[in-house]
Design a protein around this ligand. Sequence first.
Ligand code: AMP
Length: 226
Amino acid sequence: METVKFEELQLDDRILRAVTDMGFEEASPIQAKAIPVELEGCDIIGQAQTGTGKTATFAIPILQHLLADRSEENRSETRGNKGRLVKRRAIKALILTPTRELAIQIGENITDYGKYTGIRHAIIFGGVKQGPQTDLLQAGVDILVATPGRLLDLIRQGYVNLSSITHFVLDEADRMLDMGFIADIRRLLPMLPTKRQTLFFSATMPKDIVNLSRSILSNPTRVEVT
Ligand code: AMP
């Protein structure tokens, strides 16, 4: 396959500059196939393992969409702690991943690719105190990277509202199922707006993953990297 350079992908300058800072020039095969489709706003079902450049495949287009969408209307009005009406960023993108390690890694990628964008993100996962995570959420974030259990917990406590999500990523779907997160995912799905872009990634595509993907995606483009 012909190689594709990042500068050919029509990325926002602020993102391209960050990619260049990282020393990346050519898109990996999954990036070359998926990024143009994702920038069009289409859903993706991607079969790819960690190590293929999968994280940038969803992180870069989400950053680009959020840059394009950013405007005053995208800030939701929320009552501040003294009853004042304050403008707080609504969460626009949710990236769901099975483990704390993956969540941290995705967060690092967003920090790297997003460093010139002003787009803010938070990472939430279980097994640690929730205070630092809820502080970030209350300050307002654009992108939330989360493991399912802690996310549901913080939703129940009122720290997270998913009603403004426009971009949803389900990362490592097969591991999610293996780790028993299917019930959590089924609980989360109805909280997402139906009008959204969904990017679905899994290293393997057994029947139950295909079935899950059908209930989440709308007319997806299939991207495979072997
Ligand atoms: P991932 O599959 O997202 O875990 O990425 C695996 C590794 O490849 C990470 O260290 C990335 O920083 C790196 N990487 C991602 N995309 C590229 C690229 N286009 N060129 C070189 N390295 C990359």
